[in-house]
Design a protein around this ligand. Structure first.
Ligand code: 6PG
Length: 247
C-alpha cells in the first residue's frame, strides 16, 4: 500500500467496541499526559454516531475514575444548529451518555450554542477559543473527528466555501440537503492540534476511507483530506469493515 495523505497512522480494530475501548483509553492517556505537562487538557469532540460508544465508556467507572476532570476542557469540532435538547444536537449526545455522569464543572464544557444566529455563534465560539488559548498557540491537545460517506469531516462539506477558510477558526454553514445550519471549526485550527484522531466504522465508509487516504488530493470533493496537523500527529482508528478496501 503506498503512503497515505498526511502520513497518518492507521490502526484497525475488529469492531466498534474494540475501537471505542481504544479511543477511550487514548482520551484518558492524553488527558493525563497533557495535564501533567501543561496543567490542562483541551479536546474537541466529534458529532455523529460513531463516537457514542467511546463517550459512554468515558462515563463508566473504569475510565471515569482515571481522568483528571478538574483540568479537562471540552469543546466541539462542530454542531448542528438546533435547540440544545434536540436529538440531533451533538452536545446533547455527549452530555447524556457521558458528561452528565462525570465530575466536570459546567464552566469547562463549551458547547457551540448556535440554535439562533449561526454566524454570530461561530464568531462567539472563536472568541471563546481565543480566550482559552490566551494568546498562546491555538493547540488543542486532542481532536476527535468522524468521516462522512461523502468525504466530509466535522461540518466541512464538499464544495462548501468554509473548506477554503484560511483565517477564521469557526464558521457557520448551511447544508441544503439537511435544511440545517451548522457551525464548524476550520482546518486551520484543527491542523494546529497536537493529536487528531479520526474514528471510522462500518462498511458504508470503506470506499470513502480508501479515497481519502490513498486517492488523489482533492479536498474540494473530500474535505477530510484538509486535515493534516502541521506539527501534531494524525491517527485513524478504523474497524475491519471500514478498512475492508484498504487491503
Ligand atoms: C456531525 C459530525 C460529522 C460526523 C460524520 C460521521 O455533527 O455530523 O461531526 O462530521 O462525524 O458525519 O458521522 P457518523 O459517525 O454518524 O457516521
Amino acid at each position: 500500500m503506498p503512503g497515505n495523505h498526511g502520513a497518518g497512522v492507521i490502526r484497525v480494530y475488529p469492531d466498534l467496541e474494540a475501537l471505542s475501548q481504544a479511543a477511550a483509553a487514548l482520551f484518558v492517556r492524553q488527558a493525563q499526559q497533557a495535564t501533567a505537562a501543561r496543567g490542562r487538557f483541551g479536546v474537541a469532540l466529534s458529532g455523529g454516531h460513531t463516537p457514542r460508544r467511546t463517550y459512554e465508556l468515558l462515563g463508566q467507572a473504569s475510565w471515569k475514575d482515571q481522568a483528571p476532570w478538574d483540568r479537562i476542557h471540552i469543546f466541539w469540532g462542530d454542531e448542528r444548529c438546533v435547540p440544545p435538547d434536540d436529538p440531533r444536537s451533538n452536545a446533547r449526545l455527549a452530555r447524556e451518555v457521558w458528561l452528565d455522569r462525570v465530575p466536570i464543572s459546567g464552566s469547562q464544557v463549551h458547547p457551540i450554542e448556535c440554535a439562533a444566529a449561526p454566524a454570530a455563534a461561530a464568531a462567539r465560539y472563536e472568541a471563546r477559543l481565543r480566550e482559552f488559548f490566551a494568546g498562546g498557540p491555538p493547540r488543542l491537545d486532542l481532536v476527535f473527528l468522524g468521516l462522512g460517506a461523502n468525504g466530509h469531516t466535522a461540518s466541512l462539506f464538499p464544495g462548501a466555501p468554509v473548506i477554503h477558510e484560511q483565517q477564521r477558526w469557526a464558521a457557520a454553514i448551511y447544508v441544503a440537503e439537511q435544511d440545517l445550519y451548522r457551525v464548524t471549526l476550520t482546518a486551520p485550527l484543527f491542523n494546529q492540534a497536537a493529536l487528531v484522531v479520526f474514528l471510522v466504522t462500518g462498511a458504508a465508509k470503506a470506499r470513502v476511507l480508501k479515497e481519502v487516504l490513498y486517492g488523489g488530493y482533492d479536498p474540494g470533493r473530500l474535505p477530510a483530506q484538509l486535515i493534516r496537523p502541521e506539527s501534531g500527529e494524525l491517527r485513524w482508528l478504523v474497524d475491519e469493515e471500514a478498512a475492508s478496501e484498504l487491503k
